[in-house]
Design a protein around this ligand. Structure first.
Ligand code: HAM
Length: 448
């Protein structure tokens, strides 16, 4: 294409069209930044999860956020909302069909098969912490990128595992200061579900005309999904609907009774929820969700959910392997912690290192390294020149001591140690600063 001849040289600068200032770029809808002020909560949640998983003998696993799309289509189920409507799926330049993971149970099972974990002593207990992606309608407690903390116990079918998982999820929230209730049900084996499905269709079919288009589709393709419908009309119809518990075979009933007995034994508060089926297709037998104890019935904002998925491994091409697990919605729990005005203090800094003049700055830089190597929590702002500005920062951080290194101190080989509570100062040999501070720390602890 021939380049247009510019006539800008003929134009006076005042005639030039005004350049549009670039618009700031905002986060993608449903995604958000997690800012430093939130991190004390994130840290507390992560450290509590880690402590609990160590105590219960879980090993950490991380799987990629991007997986082959068929993993979720097969694992989570083609007709679930998560797969049908909410997946971020795309084709790579190499032509692979991939998706950002909407959940992590399928990924963990894929990893279990891929790495031959069947050959390890069973059960294999794994935990994870990471981002999930669902293109859902953004609203309170529902994000398009969110974090889950999850635990999976693979290779054991005993009911005690289901109960222990519900206990761990409940205990986790309790350790964070949140009282919760486990809503629990059993959806039996695929065979029980087939009979139940027929009963459900027989019940809803005469009422079909009152269902939304979406729910009519559910009735046709996956009637159990009707039980998760958010439509109030369905909620009203559900009251009289057949309950799956009446369609469970003896073995499923016994399994479920044992889960409940174990929960009774350890005092985990639970409510039977006959219509809880969960939104993912891989579940068999026990399913459960955790809600804040004060949450109204019918609320959709579960803090976590899980259950047994004995058929998933086979669906993904592995050997039949019973398994169960749960995942907690980290973002939702953090909202609760903040709303309950639980004051999670940021990590305390003990010492601030202030400096004056170029010589002071160099010495302060080296002292800071010494403190860090000795494991002390210290802070600084070496770019500031004014002592007053540095003292303001030290006050804001609430440190116990501020070290001051100026030209005179550099020449004398000393450091001024200011006790911030008492407002007193003393001059200390710079070579002994770590020992002096350690002694002071012990003294403060004894006084407290
Ligand atoms: P899920 O019920 O789909 O289960 O998700 C678990 C938790 O993740 C929910 O209870 C909720 O707290 C949180 N969550 C889900 N979607 C969102 C969202 N859009 N925004 C914020 N938080 C959300 C699973 O994902 C299963 N993989 C759990 C499991 C593990 N089952 C067996 N093992």
């Amino acid at each position: 294409m021939p380049l247009k001849k510019s006539n800008s040289a003929a134009k006076k600068p005042s005639d030039a069209p005004a350049k549009k200032a670039p618009q700031p770029i905002t986060p993608v809808r449903g995604m958000r930044d997690i800012l430093p002020a939130d991190f004390p909560y994130w840290r507390k949640m992560f450290e509590t999860a880690q402590g609990l998983c160590d105590a219960y003998g879980f090993d950490r696993i991380e799987t990629p956020v991007l997986e082959d799309t068929p993993l979720f289509v097969r694992g989570v189920g083609k007709q679930t909302d998560v797969v049908e409507k909410e997946m971020y799926s795309f084709e790579t330049p190499g032509g692979d069909k991939v998706s950002l993971r909407p959940e992590n149970t399928a990924g963990v099972c894929r990893a279990y098969i891929h790495h031959g974990m069947l050959n390890l002593p069973q059960p294999v207990k794994l935990w994870y912490w990471g981002q999930m992606f669902r293109h859902d309608r953004p609203q309170s407690g529902r994000y398009r990128q969110f974090w889950q903390y999850g635990c999976e116990i693979i290779g054991e079918e005993d009911a005690v595992v289901d109960a222990q998982l519900a206990l761990i999820a409940w205990r986790y929230l309790k350790d964070l200061g949140i009282e919760s209730t486990v809503r629990i049900n059993s959806i039996g084996t695929p065979e029980c579900r087939l009979n139940y499905r027929n009963a459900l269709v027989a019940y809803f079919r005469p009422k079909r005309s009152r269902l939304s288009e979406e729910d009519k589709k559910r009735l046709l393709k996956n009637p159990l999904r009707l039980l998760d419908s958010k439509d109030p009309v369905v909620a009203e119809m559900k009251v009289e609907a057949p309950q799956i518990v009446d369609w469970l075979d003896e073995s499923s009933k016994n399994h479920f009774m044992r889960v409940l007995e174990y929960l009774d034994e350890v005092g985990v508060p639970y409510q039977l929820d006959p219509f809880l089926v969960r939104g993912l297709d891989y579940y068999t037998q026990t399913v459960f969700e955790l809600y804040e104890a004060t949450e109204e019935e019918g609320s959709q904002n579960a803090l976590g959910g899980g259950g047994r998925y004995d058929g998933l491994m086979e669906l993904l091409g592995g050997r039949p392997t019973p398994a169960a697990g749960f995942a907690i919605g980290v973002d939702r729990v953090i909202s609760r912690l903040k709303a309950s005005s639980q004051n999670i203090e940021p990590k305390k800094v003990d010492v601030f290192v202030a400096q004056l003049g170029e010589g002071g700055r160099k010495k302060a830089l080296a002292i800071f390294e010494e403190l860090r190597e000795a494991g002390m929590s210290a802070s600084e702002n070496f770019a500031k020149n004014s002592i007053k500005a540095q003292m303001d920062i030290a006050n804001r951080l609430g440190v116990k001591w501020t070290l001051i290194v100026g030209q005179k101190e550099v020449l004398d080989g000393t450091v001024i140690v200011r006790d911030m509570d008492a407002g007193t100062q003393e001059i200390v040999d710079a070579r002994k600063i770590v020992q002096v501070l350690q002694k002071k720390m012990i003294q403060k602890e004894q006084e407290a």
